[in-house]
Structures are given as C-alpha cells and as structure tokens.
Write a protein that binds this ligand. Structure first.
Ligand SMILES: NC(=O)C1=CN([C@@H]2O[C@H](COP(=O)(O)OP(=O)(O)OC[C@H]3O[C@@H](n4cnc5c(N)ncnc54)[C@H](OP(=O)(O)O)[C@@H]3O)[C@@H](O)[C@H]2O)C=CC1
Ligand SMILES: CC(=O)N[C@@H](CCC(=O)OP(=O)(O)O)C(=O)O
Length: 338
C-alpha cells in the first residue's frame, strides 16, 4: 500500500536520522526521498547503520527537484538553510522545518540571537499550547520547536497562564546530551573531552530565550545551558517567582489541568522526579512540579529526548496534525530503558 509521500532534507544528520527511524515505522507515511549535502550519494545504511529497513535508500542532493514531489517535506538543515529551499517548494507541499528560521515573530530578537535576515514566521509547532493544535491543523508551514525551548515552555507556560508564576525573573538551568549540537559539531564534542565532563556554554546568550519568552509569555528569563556527557536527553529545571502563596499541590494541579489529556506530556506521580533516561527514544515529556521550601520559588523539572519531543518526534506529531492523521501515529510514548 502506498502511503502519504514524505521527504526528509538533511537526512544524514542526527535529527534527519531520527526522522527516518520514526517514519520507517509510521503506518501512513512513506519516505520517497532523503537528501544530504556533503554526504549525498551515500546509502542511508552507510551513515545510519541502525536504519536497516531504509539502508538501500540513496541520499540525494538537497534541491527542489528531489523534494518537490512529496506531499510533506521535513527540513532538518542547519539554521539559515531552510528559507531559500522552502521558497522554491510548491505552495501545496506541507513543510515542517526543524530549524529555527521561522520560529520567531520578532525580527529584532532574530537579529540579536541569530543574526542575518529574518526569514519570516510560520505556525509554531507545539500542539500542547492552548489553541495551537487547531492552528497547526489549519497550516501547511510549521516551525518546529527548539529542544531547550520545548522542554522549558511545557514547564513554564501553564504556570504563567494560570497566574501562579510571575512572568518576570524566570531562571532556567538545563542540560542537553551531545546530539543536540548536531553531527557536524565534532571539534567541540570529541568523545575523549566530553565524557567525564559537564560544561556550560552560550551562558547568558542562548538563542532559545526569545522562543521560550514568545511561547510562554515570560518577560525576563535567563537560561544557562549545560552540555552533559550523554548522547541524548535534555533536562530543564525552571524556577519562577510565585505571584501568591502556592503549594506544591497547587503547582501540580496547574500542570495536570494543562496536560491531563495530552498523550505525550506526563505529569509524574507526586514525589517522582523526571529523568532523561526514561524519555529516551520516545516522544514524551515528563514533568514534576514543587515549591522550594526556602525561597518559596516554584520549581518545575522537565525531561525529554532532545531528538524525540525536542526535534524529530515533535516534527512527526506536527505532520500528523497537518495531514489529519491520528496525532500519535508512528510515535512511541514509552521510552527505552535502561
Ligand atoms: N540535534 C537536535 O537535538 C536538534 C536539532 N534541531 C535542528 O534540526 C536541524 C538539523 O540539526 P541536526 O540534525 O542536529 O544537524 P546535523 O549537523 O546532524 O545535520 C545537518 C544536516 O544538514 C545537512 N547540511 C549541512 N550543511 C548544509 C547546507 N549548507 N545545505 C544543505 N544541507 C546541509 C547535512 O548534510 P551532510 O551530512 O551531507 O553534510 C546533514 O544532513 C538544525 O536546524 C537544528 O537546529 C532542532 C532541535 C533539536
Ligand atoms: C547541545 C547543543 O549544542 N544544543 C544546541 C541546541 C539545538 C536545538 O535544538 O536547537 P536549535 O534547533 O534551535 O538549534 C544549542 O544549544 O545550540
């Protein structure tokens, strides 16, 4: 049976490889093209040996002739590479862009954090935000979420929306596995240097800050990212000033009200903290909320797989909504452990 035809641009990368893995097991979507840049001409099996069922698919050059025939195209390209290609794709082709090019509405913020010309703004691909699921369903151009952004927004947005957390002075400390930096970041990520080390980077100037503020309605926020010696996983700890006296039960109630019916966002039982390992390989986010007994600040901890809910899983979830399919089709809710 021939399914809905999809293509993956940037298929030799980490996000592209995870997209291919999920699409290979999707009941409705069929991969008709996968493209690369320097690695065009290689077989998928050469660059992603884990993808046995797609091993003989040949990576083609990334251009509109290769991608234009698909019903939906996933763009998993470096920042700044999506806009020119997207402009050439037919209007009826649905596009889910995993890069940042179309995430921000504020051109000044784009300039400050990314530099260069602001390409524009597409529908933000986080269906768990109020009203966003129907916006995604009505759109053919989706800007997929950044990895720190999705973990942090899921933790923070309901607190601000419910009025229990101040939008000012939000503090986020978050750690990501090394695959978050992409496959080409070899120089910075030599195994011999990363293993056994935990290091901060982009301190005080991370590009996901404006994205988090835009989606969560936070006004001032600092994000300190840490590179963790593990291949996958992202843990975000969000602390916010309460607007009134709140208890841990109040925080949990707000999170449960926001996500009680969501298939991929799980508020853990009381006393159980999120771990990245439990989200490994899944499209799930695990959340827990409490209140700091000394400062009274609200704390919400959020764990995802950066390549799952942080990238490829989120992109397939968005594609399912755009195409009118079951939102969970082809997406694992359970993680792989140990
Ligand atoms: N990794 C993650 O956890 C997340 C990534 N993203 C986003 O997804 C996108 C892809 O990231 P990731 O997979 O990590 O990156 P990788 O570096 O692993 O892969 C990049 C891909 O883009 C191709 N490529 C490189 N340069 C060009 C170019 N000039 N023109 C066209 N194609 C090019 C590469 O091809 P070749 O191998 O042939 O050079 C490869 O297929 C990025 O925008 C990233 O921000 C978003 C959320 C999380
Ligand atoms: C570990 C690491 O370097 N992570 C990347 C985040 C990648 C990502 O998800 O975000 P974008 O799509 O916005 O690049 C970083 O901090 O820049």
């Amino acid at each position: 049976m021939v399914g809905i035809q999809v293509a993956v641009a940037g298929a030799s990368g980490y996000a592209g490889g995870e997209l291919l893995r999920l699409l290979a097991g999707h009941p409705e979507l069929e991969v008709v093209a996968a493209t690369a840049y320097e690695q065009a001409g290689k077989r998928v099996g050469e660059v992603h040996p884990q993808l046995v069922t797609l091993a003989d698919l040949v990576l083609q050059p990334t251009n509109v002739d290769v991608l234009g025939a698909a019903d939906l195209v996933f763009l998993a390209l470096p920042h700044g590479q999506s806009a020119a290609l997207a402009a050439q794709l037919p209007e009826q082709t649905a596009i889910v862009d995993l890069g940042a090019d179309f995430r921000l509405a504020d051109a000044d913020a784009w300039q400050r954090y990314y530099g260069g010309e602001h390409a524009g703004t597409w529908t933000y691909g986080l269906p768990e935000l109020p009203g966003q699921r129907s916006a995604i369903a009505a759109s053919k151009r989706i800007a997929n979420t950044g990895c720190y952004a999705v973990a942090t927004i899921l933790a923070l947005a309901p607190l601000i929306a419910a009025g229990i957390a101040s939008p000012q002075d939000v503090v986020v400390v978050a750690a990501s596995g090394t695959s978050g930096a992409g496959r080409s970041a070899k120089a910075r990520l030599l195994g011999s240097e990363v293993m056994g080390d935990l290091s901060p980077y982009k301190v005080g100037a991370h590009q996901h800050v404006p994205e988090i503020k835009q989606a969560s309605r936070a006004k001032t926020l600092s994000l300190t990212p840490l590179l963790a010696p593990m291949p996958r996983g992202l843990l975000s700890t969000v602390t916010a000033q309460p607007t009134k006296n709140v208890t841990a039960a109040d925080v949990r109630e707000v999170l449960q009200d926001a996500y009680g019916t969501e298939p991929f966002v799980h508020v853990l039982p009381e006393g159980q903290m999120p771990h990245t390992a439990a989200t490994f390989g899944s499209n799930s986010a695990h959340l827990q909320g409490t209140v700091d007994i000394d400062s009274g600040r609200i704390i919400v901890v959020s764990a995802i797989d950066n390549l799952g809910k942080g990238a490829a899983g989120q992109a397939v979830q968005d594609a399912n909504i755009v195409l009118g399919l079951a939102e969970t089709a082809g997406l694992p809710i359970n993680g792989v452990a140990p």
